[in-house]
Design a protein around this ligand. Structure first.
Ligand SMILES: Nc1ncnc2c1ncn2[C@@H]1O[C@H](COP(=O)(O)OP(=O)(O)O)[C@@H](O)[C@H]1O
Ligand SMILES: [Mg+2]
Length: 336
């Protein structure tokens, strides 16, 4: 096995009755931090549960850390830390005992589990509140407790399902920073599922995009950045003059009538736009950073890969094309 791969699946399929939630996924996940992206219902949680052996694959095979997902689920779960999407905590338990208990379930000696519970709760920012019952915790604190449970045995791979779901801005920031620490300082691998591009971007180097149970794209997040950041302006009077002036100033402009999108090159881009507008006497009525939606991103990826795809449905109507954008060969995938 390639030592740099932590997860590999071959034609992995999971059906819930007639509903195909994972459709012949051929994935190779390298060491490091990977974001599992996709809209709700794409199959992210199903994928994670299947590779952990928590639910049985309908067809296909896979390995996690070289272990068979069909027969070695217990071993896999002892080597990785899993932070599930659903609420897995006992509201009547004090956090310290809940975290200790999750270590004991993995076969840790109770004294070591207790010591580690103190450490991990400190690590996720709950050091002061560790003797409170979980029922009295905020959502952010519960999510942090789930992360502490996942980290109790110091796993080499952490799998987190929507870790920042339902959190307010500050709890979300803290969760993302903690995951980032785990990768950067702790040198652990992380696979995090999220429908939020932003969160994934802050923690992960690589992404996997699932769409309706299929692999839509996989690659490096850095390669997505170009699609991600544009400034949209609405111009009143002198739109053509402004477009021309901005291009002369070295900006990359996409124009549709009065609406223009300018590639965000650096922190001076906004200033340059406004200066050009002042120079040619055009009025910028609205200006905002344009964030590509997942769908936009998805289409951009396809386009970038050289496919003429009008919408994600087109892609799905054409399985041969979908296979072509399966995991790239250099990542060990089944690119056709
Ligand atoms: N236990 C289940 N029984 C039947 N259908 C399910 C079950 N779990 C998930 N699904 C369906 O499988 C698809 C993928 O769901 P899920 O893996 O939860 O997606 P995601 O995590 O990307 O939002 C969805 O259409 C969902 O409705
Ligand atoms: Mg999910």
């Amino acid at each position: 096995m390639n030592d740099d791969l932590i997860i590999k699946t071959v034609d992995l399929t999971k059906s819930y009755g007639p509903h195909v939630a994972l459709n012949k996924l051929n994935l190779s996940v390298p060491k490091g931090a990977t974001g599992l992206l996709g809209p709700n219902g794409a199959g992210k949680s199903t994928f994670l549960k299947t590779i952990l052996g928590l639910i049985q694959a309908t067809e296909g095979d896979g390995t996690v850390l070289g272990l068979d997902i069909r027969t070695q689920g217990d071993l896999i779960r002892s080597r990785i830390g899993y932070m599930p999407e659903y609420d897995s905590l006992n509201p009547d338990m004090e956090a310290i005992y809940q975290v200790k208990y999750s270590g004991e379930l993995l076969g840790m000696n109770p004294i070591i589990a207790q010591a580690r519970a103190h450490e991990t709760l400190q690590y996720v920012g709950l050091g002061e509140q560790r003797y409170r019952t979980i029922g009295s915790y905020s959502t952010g604190m519960k999510q942090a407790t789930k992360l502490a449970c996942a980290l109790i045995h110091d796993p080499e791979l952490v799998i987190a399902d929507e870790p920042s779901n339902g959190l307010d801005a500050s709890a979300r920031k803290y969760m993302i920073e903690t995951l980032n620490n785990t990768v950067v300082t702790g040198k652990r691998s992380v696979l995090m599922a999220s429908h939020l591009m932003d969160d994934v971007e802050q923690v992960c180097d690589n992404f996997i995009l699932l769409h309706k149970g299929k692999l839509a794209a996989q690659g490096r997040i850095a390669d997505l950045k170009a699609f991600d950041r544009e400034i949209e302006i609405h111009v009143w009077g002198g739109a053509s003059r402004l477009a021309e002036a901005m291009e002369k100033a070295g900006l990359s402009v996409r124009r549709e009538g009065r609406v223009m999108r300018i590639l965000h090159q650096d922190e001076d881009t906004t200033h340059t736009i406004l200066k050009c507008a002042a120079d040619v006497g055009a009025q910028v009525r609205r200006m905002h950073e344009y964030e590509a939606s997942l769908e936009d991103l998805f289409l951009s990826i396809m386009e970038n890969l050289g496919y003429d795809v009008k919408s994600s449905d087109d892609l799905l109507a054409s399985p041969a094309q979908a296979r072509k954008v399966d995991a790239p060969e250099h990542m060990g995938g089944g690119a056709a």
